[in-house]
Design a protein around this ligand. Structure first.
Ligand code: KMH
Ligand code: ZN
Length: 277
């Protein structure tokens, strides 16, 4: 049987404006419709950033809580809330994201230059968020933007032990201007440096690095994250029509590598989450 492939969809992000990309899912209805389509196409987890009534990034707790409920009601996807937010979000609000009780949360392992901005993740914030995730029984996905973040992950696990559920899942976010490049060589170096405690890993390449990272990840037996948070063109100069299109492309690439998309139930087991109620 083909090896299972976790496909995570990151449909919205915090960086693209609705007016620049009307097909970006920014309302709750659009997000739920996207989630259902992407699940049907082969996604098993969704990485969620939400927007306010003006389509701007927000960490409003009421909206986050409603979003988690709506996604659980309408899909079997593992719901991962972003604790990264936008580069403008304060650290205290980013910690409060866990109050919305997602299955999973992103947890970035260090500060990184992010285009012309700085994505701030000081060590005390990382350790506080990590301990909170253990207390609240939320499974972190460790986001690695740089090789130094792999070393920081080793330090975190040494000091604070395993996450809730006992599994360690990481995601390489590559090709951000300021982070590690989206190349096969960088991914090979990152995977080689992972601590033994890591039980699964995925990768995503931002912008034009999306295909090289996808193919490099499959070549090394990794999982995939795709979505309009990370890329807005399907090929040079051709806009992405929908997140489903990106998930379908990931499924097709996986098929060539003899990998079968995981269901939400299988993803829960992979990540150490209890079966859905
Ligand atoms: N929007 C970026 C500044 C995450 O979701 O945890 C951070 C980000 C990472 O997207
Ligand atoms: Zn994100």
């Amino acid at each position: 049987m083909a090896d299972p492939l976790l496909i995570t969809v990151a449909p919205t992000g915090a960086e693209t404006a609705k007016e620049d990309c009307p097909q970006l899912p920014t309302t709750l209805d659009e997000l739920v419709a996207t989630a259902k389509e992407c699940e049907a196409a082969g996604a098993a987890m969704i990485h969620v950033h939400i927007r306010d009534a003006d389509h701007r990034p927000t960490l409003d707790l009421g909206r986050l809580t409603d979003t988690v409920s709506a996604l659980h009601e309408s899909t079997g996807l593992v719901v991962q809330l972003s604790t990264g937010g936008s580069v403008h979000d304060p650290l205290d609000l980013r910690l409060k994201v866990l109050d919305a009780a997602p299955d999973s949360c992103s947890l970035t392992m260090g500060t990184t230059n992010f285009g012309d901005d700085v994505f701030s993740n000081p060590w005390p914030f990382i350790t506080e968020l990590y301990q909170l995730s253990q207390e609240r029984q939320v499974v972190p996905e460790f986001e690695l933007f740089d090789l130094g973040h792999v070393a920081a992950l080793r330090r975190l696990l040494d000091r604070y032990g395993l996450p809730y559920g006992g599994k360690v899942h990481v995601d390489f976010v590559m090709g951000v201007p300021g982070g590690m490049p989206g190349t096969a060589a960088a991914l090979v170096a990152g995977v080689a440096a992972l601590p033994d405690a890591v039980t699964s890993w995925s990768a995503t390449g931002i912008g034009r690095t999306t295909l090289s990272v996808m193919l490099a990840s499959l070549a090394q037996g990794g999982h995939l994250r795709v979505g309009m948070e990370d890329v807005l063109t399907i090929s040079k100069g051709v806009p992405v029509e929908s997140n489903r299109q990106l998930v379908e492309r990931a499924v097709e690439a996986g098929r060539l590598a003899q990998r079968t998309p995981m269901s939400g139930t299988e993803a829960r087991a992979l990540l150490g989450l209890p079966a859905a109620a």
